[in-house]
Write a protein that binds this ligand. Structure first.
Ligand SMILES: *Cc1c(COP(=O)(O)O)cnc(C)c1O
Length: 429
């Protein structure tokens, strides 16, 4: 330690704080060594990470471009305007707010702009694939509003639009939320918007998980049907952690007010710049092929899982994820997650529709392909990953088999490194 505090400006992290540096290094190595199958994760580019680590972090800019409560914002105005324009171009919408810190506050802002506390809203049941912010009783959404939940059909394990329509007509919610975190099938946003229109509700689609698939034209868009669309930017879109709200122009003023001053203070400008970079990347023609590969890889992963004897909820996938039902296997979701951790395969335990078990130890696991696709895996490799998962799950007591699975995982990860160009300088980003 030196007595001059400003000497910190010239000391790299490794020297100034070895404890934190060592954690970053270790996490880099972990990401390098595991098959990361959590479907809400992906690999942002070096350019996105650079923008996140920039001096834009330093600036306060409450307000919106041209209308700030602080001086010195002419550059920040440009950054935010670039992000807004690219977002509108990418998704074909009339209005965009790029300030939400993350997906949960984005949803909170939409509810604040449309509902009064106590109003009724309809969203997807968490256990059937919905998100906490779609009305779970422990979440602000379930505490602040009156919730009506819809789920999937017990037989098909898919959304039943007639049943959702009947429920909506009976309950007359003020907003109907479509979108999910663990639903492996295509969502008919047009059908949801028509139901909302029929009952006089505002339609909202939360495309957090599939934004990259929509931007890449491999999943139908909620535009021009849905009134308001929220999305995170860090899932299939491969941007920084963060979110956006998009909408028909008429909702814009109320949403802007709900984000600031309603929910948030100063925008995170480094994050907004990184969103702009990610939108720019997603506008490039090659992003379409990448998004298409995510879906092809998920189908191949599903094939491998089923070949290994595992059942997929709804029998397969249309998007980037598979939901695996473990009820006919020796393991629970929690046990499978822990076992797979020991062979360097990272998944998350997940409820399945009509799950007889509890959220902390449910009957399923959720697996997806955005990160593997980001490191160059093709269908053949993903199918093999599915088979490896099934082998481990059905032979969890066989130490030598698990050793062989671990060795296969090592071969696969070493053939497809993350951030390969950074390896030489050995930088943990
Ligand atoms: C991930 C997710 C969110 C929340 O995003 P956070 O950034 O984790 O707050 C909201 N809605 C859906 C459907 C999601 O999958």
């Amino acid at each position: 330690m030196t007595s001059n505090f400003n000497s910190r400006f010239s000391i790299p992290l490794q020297q100034s704080d070895n404890a934190v540096y060592a954690c970053i290094q270790k996490e880099f190595e972990r990401q390098q060594e595991v098959l990361e199958l959590i479907p809400s994760e992906s690999l942002p580019s070096k350019a996105v990470l650079e923008a996140l680590g920039s001096v834009l972090n330093n600036k306060y800019s409450e307000g919106y471009p041209g209308k700030r409560y602080y001086g010195g914002n002419h550059v920040i105005d440009q950054v935010e305007s670039i992000a807004i324009e690219r977002c509108k171009q990418l998704f074909g919408c009339e209005y965009a707010n790029v300030q939400p810190y993350s997906g949960s506050p984005a949803n909170a802002a939409v509810y604040l702009s449309v509902l009064n506390y106590g109003d009724k809203f309809m969203g997807m049941n968490l256990a059937h694939g919905g998100h906490l912010t779609h009305g779970h009783k422990l979440n602000f959404s379930g505490k602040s509003y009156s919730i009506v939940s819809y789920g999937v059909d017990k037989e098909t394990e898919r959304l039943d639009y007639d049943a959702i329509k009947r429920l909506a007509l009976q309950e007359k919610p003020k907003i109907i939320v479509s979108g999910s975190s663990a639903y492996p099938r295509e969502i008919d946003f047009k059908a949801f918007a028509e139901i909302a229109q029929e009952v006089g509700a505002v339609s909202m689609s939360d495309i957090s998980h599939i934004a990259g698939l929509i931007a890449g034209n491999v999943h139908p868009s909620p535009f021009p049907f849905t009134d308001i669309v929220t999305s995170t930017t860090h899932k299939t879109l491969c941007g920084p952690r963060g979110a956006v709200i998009m909408a028909r122009a008429q909702f814009g003023e109320a949403i802007d007010k709900a984000v600031f001053p309603g929910i948030q203070g100063g925008p995170h400008n480094h994050q907004i710049a990184a969103k702009a970079v990610a939108f720019g990347e997603a506008l490039r023609p090659e992003f379409k092929a990448f998004a298409g590969q995510i879906v092809k890889n998920a189908k191949a992963l599903g094939t491998g899982l089923m070949e290994g004897g595992l059942r997929l909820v709804s029998g397969g996938t249309d998007n980037h994820l598979c939901l695996v039902d473990l009820t006919q296997t020796p393991l629970t979701g929690k046990e499978a997650e822990a076992l797979l951790d020991t062979v360097n395969i990272t998944v998350n335990k997940n409820m399945i529709p009509f799950d007889p078990r509890k959220p902390l130890d449910p009957s399923g696991i959720r697996v997806g392909t955005p990160t593997l696709t980001g490191r160059g895996f093709n269908e053949e490799a993903c199918r093999e990953v599915g088979q490896l998962i099934a082998k481990a799950v059905f032979n969890s007591q066989d130490a030598s088999l698990l050793d062989r699975v671990r060795a296969e995982v090592k071969t696969l990860t070493q053939a497809h490194p993350i951030y390969p160009m950074l390896k030489e300088e050995n930088a943990p980003i």
